[in-house]
Design a protein around this ligand. Structure first.
Ligand code: B12
Ligand code: SF4
Ligand code: SF4
Length: 277
């Protein structure tokens, strides 16, 4: 059995880190010295089902919109995690969402939320504070926004770069990943952002059924999503047109995910190390 769900017994059972972890928490006048490392936390998250895990320095996201505005107060780091979508599901998407993708989308969101809870438990057992952000909860229906953008956190953590589709593209799985975030005050080593590698590719813009992607490349992030996307065209497709398809009842599409060459197996660069900025 994996460490996940049996956090403490696994670490004791394998002679691994939880014993060491507890041993290194020196209590001095109510203050807890925490020595859990980024590597230990990443290993735990992977055992719980994360396909990618990186740590963001929240100082890189100063000025970003959050709800509430002081969401980051008391937190210096964010754990950015991704669960990979199944190629068998994504390869069936041509110009619209499929009922199979609808179910997969819901299930992967549930896995992500579960993962965030387990990582929060790990952080709290290590004496830290954790704030798991739901995978896909819409807070402001007029502005189409949530607590914080998982994509912005993932880009700061170097989990991927923000592609022309506005999706986070990871070197290993392309945009065929869904994301979740856990804020923490643990003093974890942060990872660095990676280089944008969209280059001259325009596959997502060419395939978009709403002709919403403007084919604009950026270095780090967009000052506004309208810079890169005819936002209303995408919203109209995913909220009005596609839900008329039988069994589609979430605002999904999947075309810009499916066509990206970084997510397709034959061109996936598994061996290539992401270059830091
Ligand atoms: C609302 C929402 C939507 C809305 C609006 C989408 C949008 N572009 O904002 C609709 C319904 C249209 C939608 C569509 C889709 N979505 Co959606 N969506 C969300 C949700 C729930 C909230 C997004 C949000 O708050 N956006 C607010 C905008 C303003 O944020 P942003 O564009 O990411 O970043 C801005 C700021 O953060 C800022 N910024 C970024 N970095 C920095 C750094 C600094 C220093 C500063 C100052 C600012 C800054 O600049 C950006 C522009 O203003 C997220 C989950 C989440 N909590 O993140 C999923 C999410 C973004 N969606 C996702 C996906 C996959 C999709 C779809 C493909 C649908 C599907 N599942 O098939 C399409 C793709 C559309 C597209 N090309 O963008 C995934 C993306 C995964 C990935 N690999 O990138 C997410 C992360 C869900 C998840 N848990 O994985 N989505
Ligand atoms: S989700 Fe669909 S409609 Fe929206 S940008 Fe991607 S391909 Fe276009
Ligand atoms: S399809 Fe091409 S342009 Fe679009 S995000 Fe992927 S690599 Fe970038």
């Amino acid at each position: 059995m994996s460490a996940c769900g049996t956090i403490r017994s696994h670490y004791i059972g394998t002679g691994n880190n939880f014993n060491k972890l507890y041993a290194t928490f020196g209590e001095h006048e109510g203050h807890v010295d925490i020595q859990v490392t980024s590597e230990e936390l990443k290993r735990f998250a992977e055992q719980c089902g994360a396909d990618l895990v990186r740590v963001a320095d929240l100082a890189l996201l100063e000025g970003i919109d959050t709800a509430p505005p002081d969401l980051f107060e008391g937190f210096a780091r964010a754990v950015s995690m991704a669960v990979r979508l199944a190629d068998g599901v994504m390869d069936q998407i041509v110009d619209r969402p499929t009922p199979l993708y609808q179910q997969h989308y819901l299930k992967v969101n549930a896995v992500l939320d579960d993962l965030a809870v387990r990582v929060s438990q790990f952080i709290q057992k290590a004496g830290g504070k954790a704030l798991p952000i739901p995978a896909s909860q819409l807070l402001n229906k007029a502005r189409w926004t949530s607590y914080v953008s998982h994509k912005a956190v993932a880009v700061a953590a170097g989990l991927g770069w923000q592609g022309k589709s506005l999706l986070v593209v990871s070197p290993k799985h392309g945009p065929r990943v869904r994301l979740v975030t856990v804020l923490t005050d643990l003093p974890l080593d942060a990872d660095a952002p990676i280089k944008n590698r969209c280059g001259k590719c325009s596959s997502c813009a060419d395939a978009c059924p709403a002709q919403a992607i403007k084919n604009v490349n950026t270095y780090r992030h967009y000052s506004s999503r309208e810079e890169a996307l005819h936002f209303e065209r995408c919203v109209e497709k995913v909220t009005t047109e596609f839900p008329k398809i039988p069994f589609i009842d979430s605002p999904i599409c999947g075309v810009c995910i499916a066509v990206c060459p970084w997510g397709k197996k034959r061109v996936r660069r598994d061996s290539e190390e992401p270059e830091e900025l």
